[in-house]
Design a protein around this ligand. Structure first.
Ligand code: GLC
Ligand code: CA
Length: 559
């Protein structure tokens, strides 16, 4: 397999709304990204993944697209977009955008026509979406066709009076699902994708990719996820896009799809596959849930971090793709809590140490890394106090669910503070000023109070900061071609330690880390031949196989 440019890149995910506001309206924007290109490049980021930049009513911060051919005025203009592409390309950087193919906004002209029988284009566009007549319940009342549950809580069906039908939306009701069996819809989307490719976009992160096909028999079920997730036919759609657009244009593509088996992973992202280059799956993302919690269940129930589950998952995905496909490595994105609060410890005492530990544990692994904005300075979950501090559409449906399950306001709030997606969407903390250097006015979502000390400016000049640890690790990845390393995990079942060896160009490396607050130990014989290279502690006994709370070390030996 010849090496591809995207195997050695470092991806940095920018949540556009929250990264940098250039024009003082409290919303991050494209010019804001341009202003920070120096910063991004000095960090070692080469590929920028932008969250949706399209025109949108922002029910789901842009994942609800109203106009695929237009940049959201919140973020700038098409000229700003071209300027970003141009400036990034001149620096040898790549820009990939989010591609949302599963749904549109309900304010998209296609849906406007689809829902309105009197619209001149109704006939054509009705079938771009998924409709179903209601059922009649035992009292003779009209009711939803099935009890399928949306990913954001609540029913997947919303009634549309003018056609006397329900439309399907597996996310919010403002995000109707597209009908991928409609070939005219497919052609329209393909034309749109080609248009962005012609403009110079280097690739895509394909949103919600495994949901494109639905079970058109519409059997009842609750939550019924199997009826709109990973149905075999969605691969046909992705393969078509790959063959016609992604592969011929040498694009960098990353597909979002949870829960894939080995066969499916290779179908998506095997070297012979035309669907994607890389797959984002979520196996390691919620391995700290408490299944006994009935008031705020599922991902909302915070429990102990299952360290073996993380190791097994990383090891398994490395094995699955070894020689046959390509792995991405990442801790989190805009849909999960901040990693240092999630799998580390954001208390004053351990925040810095555990953030570095998490960096050591991840960024020495083979594969293409994705750094999520703010992760490189150890940004934490946010100290939201009131329900209306939250902005995410998902929060409000889930809050109602928790209340119905009997949770108190405070219990519900704590679940939201621990787990909501808004934790990962607060403004980037550039400096200690009132709005964290993100904006000159009150931002669209609250700034974390800890920005006064936790910010880029403070960490820039501190050689041992989390930020400089990231720079060091990302530079080391490049120098040693760690993306291509040969990985061996040790002690997969140990509850606290995280130990692996990997091979670089000039050295072999041994990484030892402790994910817990108590001491951890590891097999001392592993140290043979290795010398200490980096550590997240001031002083360390290099020959000791005992690790203090959240301690991490990197050893190496010359080849
Ligand atoms: C993906 C995105 C998420 C969004 C959803 C619907 O999971 O990552 O943020 O809400 O798709 O587009
Ligand atoms: Ca702005």
């Amino acid at each position: 397999m010849e090496r591809k440019y995207w195997q050695d890149t470092v991806i940095y995910q920018i949540y556009l709304r929250s990264f940098n506001d250039s024009n003082g309206d409290g919303i991050g924007d494209l010019q804001g990204v341009i202003e920070k290109l120096d910063y991004l490049q000095s960090l070692g980021a080469e590929t920028l993944w932008l969250s949706p930049h399209y025109d949108s009513p922002m029910d789901d911060n842009g994942y609800d697209i109203r106009n695929h051919w237009k940049v959201s005025p919140d973020y700038g203009t098409i000229d700003d977009f071209k300027e970003l592409l141009d400036k990034a390309h001149k620096r040898g950087m790549y820009v990939i955008t989010d591609l949302v193919l599963n749904h549109t906004s309900d304010e998209h002209p296609w849906f406007e026509a689809a829902k309105d029988p009197n619209h001149p284009d109704h006939e054509k566009y009705h079938d771009y979406y998924i409709w179903h007549k209601g059922k009649i319940d035992e009292h003779g009342n009209k009711t939803i066709p099935t009890r399928w549950r949306s990913w954001f809580g609540g029913s997947v069906w919303t009634y549309n009076e003018p056609t006397d039908e329900y439309y399907l939306h597996i996310f919010s009701k403002k995000m109707p699902d597209l009908n991928w069996r409609n070939t005219s819809m497919q052609e329209d989307l393909k034309a749109m994708i080609k248009w962005w490719v012609d403009l110079g976009v280097d690739g895509f992160r394909i949103d919600a990719a495994n949901h494109l096909e639905k079970n058109w028999d519409f059997p009842d079920g609750h939550p019924g996820y199997e009826n709109f997730s990973s149905l075999p036919k969605h691969h046909e759609y992705l393969e078509m896009l790959g063959k016609e657009i992604f592969t011929p244009n040498n694009l960098m593509t990353i597909g979002e799809s949870g829960g894939a088996s080995k066969e499916e992973a290779l179908q998506y992202a095997g070297f012979d596959s035309n669907e994607f280059d890389m797959l984002i799956q979520f196996e390691h993302c919620w391995v700290d849930t408490d299944d006994s919690n009935e008031l705020t269940p599922g991902k909302w129930a915070k429990g102990e971090v299952d360290v073996p589950a993380i190791k097994h998952s990383f090891s398994k995905w490395n094995e699955i793709l070894r020689g046959e496909g390509w792995n991405v490595i990442y801790w989190h994105n805009h849909d999960q809590p901040r990693i240092v609060s999630h799998y580390g410890d954001d208390s004053l005492q351990y925040w810095e140490r555990s953030a570095k530990m998490l960096a050591y544990a991840l960024y020495m692994l083979p594969g293409t890394p994705i750094v999520y904005y703010g992760e490189e300075i150890g940004m934490t979950n946010v100290d939201y106090e009131n329900l209306d501090d939250f902005k995410d559409v998902e929060v409000f449906t889930e809050y109602r669910n928790f209340m119905e399950l009997g949770a108190s306001h405070e219990t519900a709030m704590q679940a939201l503070r621990d787990r909501s997606r808004d934790n990962a969407r607060s403004p980037m903390q550039w400096d200690g000023s009132s709005y964290a250097g993100f904006s000159t006015v009150e931002p669209w979502i609250k700034v974390n109070k800890n920005h006064e000390t936790l910010n880029v400016k403070n960490q820039m000049n501190d050689e041992t900061s989390i930020l400089n640890t990231y720079k060091t690790l990302l530079a080391l990845r490049e120098k040693e071609a760690l993306a291509h390393g040969d990985l061996t995990f040790h002690d997969l079942d140990d509850d606290s330690n995280f130990v692996y060896e990997t091979t670089g160009k000039h050295h072999d490396f041994l990484i030892v880390a402790n994910f817990k607050k108590g001491e951890a130990t590891f097999d001392k014989t592993l140290l043979e031949g290795y010398t200490l290279f980096m550590s997240n502690q001031d002083s360390v006994e290099a020959s000791s196989n005992t690790l203090e709370a959240y301690e991490a070390r990197i050893y190496r030996k010359t080849k």
